[in-house]
Design a protein around this ligand. Structure first.
Ligand SMILES: Nc1nc(=O)c2c([nH]1)NC[C@@H]1CN(c3ccc(C(=O)N[C@@H](CCC(=O)O)C(=O)O)cc3)C=[N+]21
Length: 295
């Protein structure tokens, strides 16, 4: 009898398709809100300076809002905007009943204290889930708005895992945006979560124990084939733009995906976590709008 065929490719988790489904669902909720309240949810997006990657992401966010029927209000401020002006813009948006969600695109220019700015956003309008009240709610499992990338990661994982209890998950990266909040969501599902980072010793050995790896270190192709146990699920959150000698640019994830044929499933870059982040931003905006209208 012939041996079972050795897979030459891990299953790809199609973030683009799953994000499109979520967007479809969000559009229907937007229609319902318009029918009930006569007004679409509204998201304010603030971009300071002209970082090219930020321009791309903000452009995508606005385009997706339009598709879903969400009103977007864009504020583009110069690189040398002072902190006080930004804080007073936020105060105005907090008080404006026409605005349901506020997103301040990160990173902020040097000279602006990001913590101070994020603290100023009303927790009810904090669709990024970065305000200390929402961070606290997430870590105590008491609701609140949840950061978009971690929410999107869980939705991708949910397509291949139905019971997380006791699974060994290794998170690589300890950022406030991804590593820490995704660890909280996984703990909530009763996975055994190991949070690692650039200073972690023997990272390949630790990663090789994992049933699930969430790679969010921002180091291109950090996770190599020998780091991954056969049959593991790998979520690639990293996205680094590199310029080739011929001037063309390419996006690299944190995983050497071509070495991961022995994984059960992997997410591609692009087309994995990125589109989910944006789709979850829109669904958070609808959630914030519903909470505001039901209040
Ligand atoms: N306040 C704030 N909230 C954020 O959620 C936030 C932020 N600041 N600053 C930057 C990071 C990064 N981020 C991404 C969103 C979409 C893609 C995305 O759509 N990526 C596409 C490719 C995009 C491309 O072509 O460059 C993909 O992976 O398929 C990536 C990254 C949100 N972030």
């Amino acid at each position: 009898m012939a041996a079972a065929p050795v897979p030459d490719k891990a299953r790809l988790i199609d973030g683009k398709a799953i994000a499109a489904e979520l967007l479809e669902k969000t559009s229907r909720e937007v229609e319902r809100i318009v029918a009930d309240h006569g007004k679409a949810p509204a998201l304010a997006v603030v971009l300071i300076g002209s970082d090219p990657a930020s321009e791309v992401y903000v452009g995508r966010k606005i385009a997706q809002c339009r598709k879903a029927g969400i009103t977007s209000i864009e504020h583009r401020l110069p690189e040398d905007t002072d902190e006080a002006a930004l804080l007073s813009l936020i105060d105005g948006m907090n008080a404006d009943p026409a605005i349901d969600g506020i997103l301040i695109q990160l990173p902020l220019p040097k000279g602006i204290d990001a913590a101070l700015v994020l603290d100023r956003i009303s927790p009810h309008k904090d669709v990024d889930g970065f305000h200390p009240v929402n961070v606290g709610r997430l870590s105590s499992g008491t609701g609140g708005l949840v950061p978009c990338t971690p929410l999107g990661i869980m939705m991708l994982l949910d397509t291949v895992i139905d019971d997380y209890r006791g699974l060994d998950v290794v998170v690589i990266g300890k950022s406030n945006i991804v590593g820490k909040p995704v660890s909280m969501l996984l703990l909530e599902r009763e996975a055994t979560v190991t949070v690692t980072h650039v200073e972690t010793r023997n990272l390949p050995d630790i990663a090789r124990q994992a049933d699930v790896i969430v790679a969010a270190a921002g180091v291109p192709h950090l996770v190599r084939g020998y780091w991954v146990k056969p049959g593991a699920v790998v979520i690639d959150v990293g996205i680094t733009r590199v310029t080739e000698p011929d001037g063309t640019t390419r996006l690299l994830g944190d995983c050497a995906t071509h070495e991961l044929a022995h994984a059960a499933a992997v997410t591609p870059v692009p087309g994995g976590v990125g589109p989910m982040t944006i789709a979850c931003l829109l669904s958070n905006t609808v959630r914030a709008a519903r909470m505001a209208r039901d209040a």
